[in-house]
Design a protein around this ligand. Structure first.
Ligand code: 13P
Length: 255
């Protein structure tokens, strides 16, 4: 049984004041015990969020890390070990905004994934197709190639200590959520593809859906057999909305 996971990717949002307000709001939420909840603030807010989370059950994650796991001369970057030092347990790698707007390619993303695991951080590898790719019938080839870039380099067993996130680019920040059936189709294909290499790894890996997830759509999405939770952008900046999304992922519905 895979444990559901919901992560809030705050992207490049937040001031000290708004972050404090958001954490205070989140701390009033009833969060289900059977769901791993992660908040992913911008680097500049990680330390204060770590302090403000205190004894909360919420986990801390970052949105990116350097290709090098340990501190070194690499101006402007943040080492994976610096993230664990702050209390991070998760880190996004390969988010489509970094792939498409900043030109990150598969080889670089695989190095970041590896750096994260080298210091015990759990990488959340994001994959997903653009609207043009979907319309050209290329969804699965694109998504599976992004996944294969990792598996072919590091081996399938690295997925035992990682999370995957399917985020169709056309659904990010657009209000256009993939239907539960559209998302399930890709999640199932990802799991099947991994199963061809190793059935146990495929059965155990959590695959999150991301792209305009809201409290009103989360229940149906998370009800699909291969969707193990969500990677939430905009809606994670609202404590009530994010709390409701986390509760929708709970298998124990009265949590
Ligand atoms: P939205 O939920 O704002 O569409 O963002 C999704 C996302 O990119 C999460 O990583």
């Amino acid at each position: 049984m895979r444990r559901p996971l919901v992560a809030g990717n705050w992207k490049m949002h937040g001031t000290r004041a708004s972050v404090a307000e958001l954490i205070a709001g989140l701390r009033t939420q009833t969060l289900p015990e059977d769901v791993t909840v992660v908040v992913m603030p911008a680097f500049v807010h990680l330390m204060s969020v770590a302090d403000q989370l205190g004894a909360s059950s919420m986990n801390l994650g970052a949105q990116d890390c350097a290709t090098e796991p340990m501190p070194c001369a690499l101006t402007g970057e943040v080492a994976a070990s610096q993230l664990t030092d702050l209390g991070c347990r998760y880190v996004l790698v390969g988010h489509s905004e970094r792939r498409l707007l900043l030109g990150e390619g598969d080889a670089l993303i695989v190095r970041k994934f590896s750096a994260a695991q080298a210091v015990g951080l759990t990488p959340v590898l994001c994959v997903g197709e653009t609207r043009e790719q979907r319309e050209a019938g290329q969804t699965l080839p694109v998504v599976l190639a992004q996944l294969d870039a990792l598996i072919d380099t590091l081996g399938v067993a690295v997925l035992n200590r990682a999370v995957l996130a399917y985020e169709p680019v056309w659904a990010i920040g657009t209000g256009l959520t993939a239907t539960p059936e559209q998302a399930q189709e890709v999640h199932a294909a990802i799991r099947q593809h991994i199963a061809m290499r190793d059935a146990a790894v495929a059965a155990g890996v959590q695959i999150l859906y991301g792209g305009s997830v809201k409290a009103s759509t989360a229940g149906e999405l998370f009800g699909m057999p291969d969707i193990d939770g969500g990677l939430v952008g905009g809606a994670s900046l609202n404590a009530d909305e994010f709390g409701a999304i986390c509760r929708a992922a709970g298998r124990v519905k009265n949590a």
